[in-house]
Ligand binder design. Structure first.
Ligand SMILES: Cc1ncc(COP(=O)(O)O)c(C=O)c1O
Length: 380
């Protein structure tokens, strides 16, 4: 059966050059980057080159990049650094209501106090609310660049200006933004920024944290002095080579990629718009191209997802992490999505490799699934 993969916000397939780069390191560069002999130095060269490529992708200096095991660790590291370096009394983290669980949980278990800034019905951040929260001492503002469930963009530059004026460091969760938007830490004006390779056609289990030169830093993982004593643990050289290859691919052709994603998103949403009881989440806000969050009145998103899975079409009913936990989405709840639609949401998330033909097949399958599920629920 043909597989149509439309769940790219959950993870992406590794790019062929990523697989090649990883295979090369696994086969030919077996050393430990901390060893001073030849094989060790060859491995060190892989790590150094990866740092240059990842820094270039973000408009950062190589010394400002700390490699991690992924987005979650990068986020935990940033929040930990902010909390641990702050004086008692100001160990407060400010986040939005629509952050990923990685930010929500890291803030909850790290800070003395967490303040939450809301969004409107389209998922747009309440900037005035952020300004109000910044009137009191805090050690960090943590905001995502684009939401993983809806694609809605947060006004990061405006938030950065507010945080800077209040002298509060800003951490940006850019995990969903790489390759879909030009990322430049100078233009964003953040102090910390997290990415995860598997969201941009790199391998899983590797990511990076940008730490602005001079920004406070306290390591989360303690041990030997890897990563200039910022993250202990022998480097995953093959994964770093893979992430670097993905960074090089993502650094090129952003506008073509965005245009392709936008075209397919518009096509998909036009095809779904006629389904009775349909509701698009965040459609009125500025969104990252390639993400559609759509709900069907009275249905459960999981039912639609399972029916599509039987036809070889992979989508999700929210974020992949929460999909297995059941229950509603905290993002949609924060946006005030009415109860009638709250559990009926599916997320279709695209990548450059998806085609118009795949979109047409998926839209038809979604329409069929909704119809079939409705027949089981008379009165809806
Ligand atoms: C917005 C966002 N932040 C953080 C993460 C966590 O990244 P990882 O699972 O690679 O650790 C994800 C993963 O879905 C995400 O979508």
């Amino acid at each position: 059966m043909r597989t149509i993969y439309l769940d790219n916000n959950a993870t992406t397939a590794p790019h062929p050059t990523v697989i090649e780069a990883m295979r090369h390191v696994l086969e030919h560069v077996p050393g430990n980057p901390s060893s001073i002999h030849g094989p060790g130095q060859a491995a060190r060269a892989v790590v150094d080159a990866a740092r240059v490529d990842v820094a270039a992708l973000l408009g950062a200096r190589p010394t400002e990049i700390v490699f991690t095991s992924g987005g979650t660790e990068a986020i935990n590291t940033a929040l930990h650094a902010c909390v641990q370096s702050a004086p008692t009394g100001s160990r407060r983290i400010i986040r939005s209501t629509v952050e990923h669980e990685a930010v929500i949980e890291a803030a909850l278990h790290g800070a003395d106090e967490v303040s939450v800034v809301g969004v409107d019905a389209e998922g747009r951040l309440d900037l005035a609310g952020l300004a109000r929260e910044l009137a009191r001492p805090a050690c960090c503002v943590s905001l995502m660049l684009s939401n993983n469930e809806t694609g809605v963009l947060l006004p990061i530059q405006e938030a950065a200006a507010l945080a800077r004026a209040a002298r509060v460091p800003l951490h940006v969760d850019a995990v969903q933004a790489v390759g879909k938007s030009v990322l430049n830490v100078e233009e964003i004006g953040c102090d910390y920024l997290s990415i995860a390779a598997h969201k941009f056609h790199g391998p899983k289990g590797v990511g990076a944290l940008f730490v602005r030169r001079g920004a406070a830093f306290v390591p989360l993982l303690r041990g030997a002095s890897h990563e200039s004593a910022r993250r202990a643990g022998t480097e995953n050289t093959a994964a770093l080579a893979g992430m670097a290859a993905a960074a090089r691919v993502m650094g090129c052709g952003i506008s073509e990629r965005r245009a392709h994603l936008r075209q397919l998103t518009v096509r998909l949403e036009a095809l779904l718009a006629d389904i009775p009881g349909v509701r698009f989440q965040g459609a009125g806000a500025e969104r990252m191209p390639g993400t559609t969050n759509v709900a069907f009145e009275g249905l459960e998103g999981a039912g639609v997802v399972l029916r599509l899975a039987r036809e070889g079409i992979a989508i999700s009913s929210g974020s992949a992490c929460s999909a297995s936990m059941g229950g509603g989405s905290h993002v949609l709840e924060a946006m005030g999505v009415p109860y009638s639609h709250l559990f009926g949401a599916i997320r279709v998330s695209l990548c450059k490799q998806n085609t118009a033909d795949e979109i047409d097949l998926a839209a038809a399958a979604i329409a069929r699934a909704v119809l079939a599920l409705r027949e089981l629920l008379p009165g809806v």
